[in-house]
Design a protein around this ligand. Structure first.
Ligand code: V47
Ligand code: SF4
Length: 386
């Protein structure tokens, strides 16, 4: 399905006069790793169409037209949070309440949410929320055990490194010990949130009081060590410069070399509604395409680049399938508020499997349902005959 590398090199050569760009392009096509300096050079100097061509080349070489999605739903136990990230539109506690009140689900609410999916073929529950001062390691261990009792076959993807760091500190256990307890309770993997931007100066300006970049990376390293895979996110389109995006991806690439435990990289576009950074304008779709494409080009040791459609929107998600993305997360089922409260594209983020399959097929790709660890479950590229 993909262009061979001679065609692609000829195509790029005939349209590029900058020899430095040309040599970086050649490296990418030859599957040689590019340096952070070269990555930064691409960010500043390459044309979007060239980045797209390269990212799509890598995407198709690895995955052909396959585009993964899963059937999942979210549980957000609370939006009460002890931290005060400037970009967050979701947390309550330190700030005044406004039209959206703080919420706190009871254990029973959570079990009912799980029971709600009885008999439905979902495979994953994604649990994340604010960092509530009263919900600790023991509470979540018990919660996961009970969820697994109700629905033994479900994969529990839960808790960002920020939540986990707080839980482990409060329980006075090491990251590894804390993660082992949760794994034994039935947790399967970690989502990628809380990474934001690793550059310490920018981090200090946007989320100074939560876990540090070093701690985020240590938590994921510990997770991989105890046998739980994870994802990695990157918040872009706020105060950062291209150098910071490359630095962020470079730290992830280094850790992935060491552990191989990351499944997917998920760039997250900063949305500016209802938060303390509302004065910052959101970046254009051109920047979105560029950041995702650069993710695919730079992170040569990540298998999957994921677009989280409730946040970036369905149309952009379709475009991104030609800019390096091969995974579009799950059906979600209107169960997340993190982005809707920040003014994301999707105010009612729910898509049925049929709609996801349609979205993927409309742009000529091949919809594959996966489980949480990327085993292929169903190929929906052919119509299902009754
Ligand atoms: O870490 C918060 C982001 C993240 C805003 O691993 C915002 O499969 C943009 O990480 N604008 C949490 N982003 C969500 C997350 C996630 C989502 C879906 C799938 C997976 C996965 C992970 O949401 C936070 C933060 O970076 N966020 N506020 C905002 N205003
Ligand atoms: Fe709390 Fe997470 Fe919001 Fe930060 S991004 S304030 S840690 S809910």
């Amino acid at each position: 399905p993909y262009m061979d590398n001679t065609t692609i090199k000829t195509l790029l050569k005939t349209t590029v006069t900058d020899s430095k760009l040309n040599s970086i392009y050649n490296k990418v096509v030859n599957e040689e790793r590019i340096t952070p300096k070269e990555g930064t050079y691409l960010f500043y100097n390459a044309e979007l169409s060239h980045l797209g061509t390269l990212a799509n080349y890598i995407r198709e070489k690895r995955h052909g037209n396959k585009t993964y999605f899963n059937k999942n739903f979210h549980i957000e136990p609370t939006n009460i949070c002890v931290f005060d990230c400037k970009f967050c539109s979701y947390s309550r506690f330190l700030r005044e309440k406004d039209e959206y009140d703080a919420w706190e689900l009871s254990e029973e609410d959570i079990y009912n949410a799980i029971r709600n999916y009885d008999g439905k073929d979902i495979t994953e529950v994604h649990i994340v929320g604010g960092v509530h001062p009263k919900m600790g390691l023991a509470y979540f261990k018990n919660l996961i055990e009970n969820i697994k009792q109700i629905r033994p076959d479900i994969h529990v993807k839960a808790f960002t490194a920020v939540e986990l760091d707080y839980m482990c500190k409060k329980a006075k256990v090491s990251y590894e010990e804390g993660l082992k307890i949760l794994k034994d309770a039935g947790q399967g993997s970690l989502p990628g949130g809380g990474a934001e931007i690793f550059d310490e100066k920018i981090r200090a300006q946007i989320c100074k009081d939560k876990c540090t970049s070093e701690q985020w990376l240590q938590m994921h390293e510990a997770a991989h060590k105890v046998g739980m895979p994870s994802n990695a996110t990157m918040l872009y389109g706020h105060l950062e410069k291209y150098e910071h995006l490359i630095d962020h991806m470079n730290r992830l690439r280094n850790l992935q070399d060491k552990t191989g435990g990351f499944n997917a990289f998920i760039p997250l576009k900063f949305r500016n509604k209802n938060n303390q950074m509302s004065n910052i304008e959101e970046v254009s779709i051109i920047e979105d395409l560029k950041v995702y494409a650069m993710g695919r080009i730079f992170l040569d040791n990540f298998n999957h680049i994921k677009a989280y459609w409730p946040m970036i929107g369905r149309k952009t998600t379709q475009l991104l399938l030609s800019f390096g993305v091969n995974d579009i997360d799950g059906t979600v089922d209107d169960s997340t508020k993190i982005y809707t409260m920040a003014g994301a594209e999707e105010q009612k983020p729910t898509m049925t499997s049929e709609q996801m399959i349609q979205l993927i097929k409309e742009v000529g790709r091949k919809p594959i349902e996966r489980d949480s660890i990327y085993n292929e479950l169903n190929d929906y590229s052919e119509p299902i005959l009754a």
